[in-house]
Design a protein around this ligand. Structure first.
Ligand code: G4F
Length: 359
């Protein structure tokens, strides 16, 4: 009998990679999404129409009824209001999606299918960042509505494991990127802009704080980590990260390098600019619009225990990741003839992804 997996946020970056790899392993895939979500990522991965997707699942009862009916072997909670910036603007949405949503899922499992294995996508943002000595991940100290909600879900997952005996795993995921990343995250925003500029777009890339450091890995490998976590003999908590940090500034430099260009930095603070080393044209501007009310300046995970426990470690390095993303966005642009308005080109391309089976 084929194993069955239920994935929340199935059309997102992680949900798409996970669906693809579980389908390759013969799983039947079910999932949930927000009404109207585009299936472009499934189309990119060649799996459009292969998962049964439910939209508008309202409340605990419909979830319990659904789990009772399909009896998933594995449940992956990847659906989330995943933008930290949006969580500052809409904190209640973060609570509903990233905290209450997890409670609903765990309770539906407990009542309907207590033998289902559960994976919770937690975030490295539940930690404060390095201690005063500049090392380590610091204590638990969420610093955004998003991170507060994720910390609740992390603890609830541990509680269901310890007190109800559910096979529940909390995967503490640091930043993981790919050509399927949403456009509002900084790496994808940079990759798209660089691809556009290389093709002739004149509008400079506008970003916020470029000195923050993040631990960036390749998302497809993190999806494999989720699978391995549920394939282990016993449940646990695992950090998924590379153990190395780079600044947003370094990502910008790497992305332009991948396009055969070199950035020079001039000026300071909001007046700082990235200019083309060859012709002095402005490539990057700093805009206060993209600064946040609060910022974790450095986020670095330590995946060494995860390697020992479940045999997972990342393979793709920082330079390769930036290069892969720029190349993918350049390829999207190549498929379009006009370089006139590259951002619209990219968007149209994605929206062309046809709608999956929605019931
Ligand atoms: O790409 P980001 O928006 O990701 P962020 O906030 O680190 O969160 C991501 O990683 C977390 C795990 O560590 C996840 F839990 C979360 O769901 C998400 O996947 O921003 C990265 C950094 C930030 O410090 C931000 O302030 O880049 C900085 N930044 C600078 N300019 C920008 C921009 N971020 C965005 N999105 N857009 C900018 O223009």
């Amino acid at each position: 009998m084929a194993k069955k997996a239920f994935i929340t946020g199935i059309l997102g970056q992680d949900g798409s990679y996970l669906s693809a790899l579980l389908l390759r392993r013969g799983y039947k895939i079910y999932g949930s999404e927000l009404p109207g979500a585009s299936a472009w990522r499934h189309a990119e991965l060649g799996i459009a129409g292969k998962a049964r997707i439910y939209t508008g699942l309202k409340g605990f009862e419909s979830l319990r009824e659904l789990f009772g009916r399909i009896k998933p072997d594995e449940v992956y909670n990847l659906g989330s209001q995943s933008s930290v910036r949006n969580s500052f603007a809409r904190p209640l949405e973060a609570v509903e999606s990233d905290a209450v949503g997890t409670a609903r899922l765990l309770e539906a499992i407990r009542r309907a299918t207590p033998r289902s294995l559960f994976f919770q996508a937690t975030s490295g943002l539940i930690f404060s960042g390095p201690g005063p000595d500049g090392k380590g991940r610091g204590g638990l100290m969420p610093q955004s509505p998003y991170a507060c909600a994720k910390l609740y879900s992390h603890w609830l997952t541990l509680n269901y494991r310890e007190f109800y005996g559910i096979f529940a795993v909390s995967g503490i995921l640091y930043n993981h990127e790919s050509p399927l990343r949403g456009e509002n995250f900084v790496t994808r925003k940079i990759a798209m802009a660089v691809a556009g500029i290389k093709k002739g777009a004149k509008k400079p890339l506008q970003v916020g704080n470029i000195n923050v450091r993040r631990d960036w890995g390749y998302a497809a490998e993190y999806a494999e980590g989720m699978r391995l976590a549920l394939a282990a003999n016993k449940p646990g908590d695992y950090v998924f990260a590379t153990g190395k940090t780079h600044s947003v500034r370094e990502f910008i430099e790497a992305a332009f390098r991948a396009a055969g260009m070199r950035v020079l930095w001039k000026g300071e603070g909001l007046d700082e600019k990235g200019v083309d080393a060859e012709n002095g044209g402005t490539l990057v501007e700093i805009s206060p619009k993209y600064f946040r009310p609060h910022e974790n300046k450095v986020l670095e995970g330590d995946p060494s225990k995860t390697w020992k426990a479940i045999g997972w470690r990342p393979k793709t390095d920082f330079e390769a990741l930036a290069s892969m993303m720029v190349k993918a966005d350049s390829a999207v642009l190549k498929r379009n003839r006009s370089a006139k308005d590259v951002e619209i080109c990219i968007r149209n391309q994605k929206n062309a992804g046809f709608v999956n089976r929605i019931i």
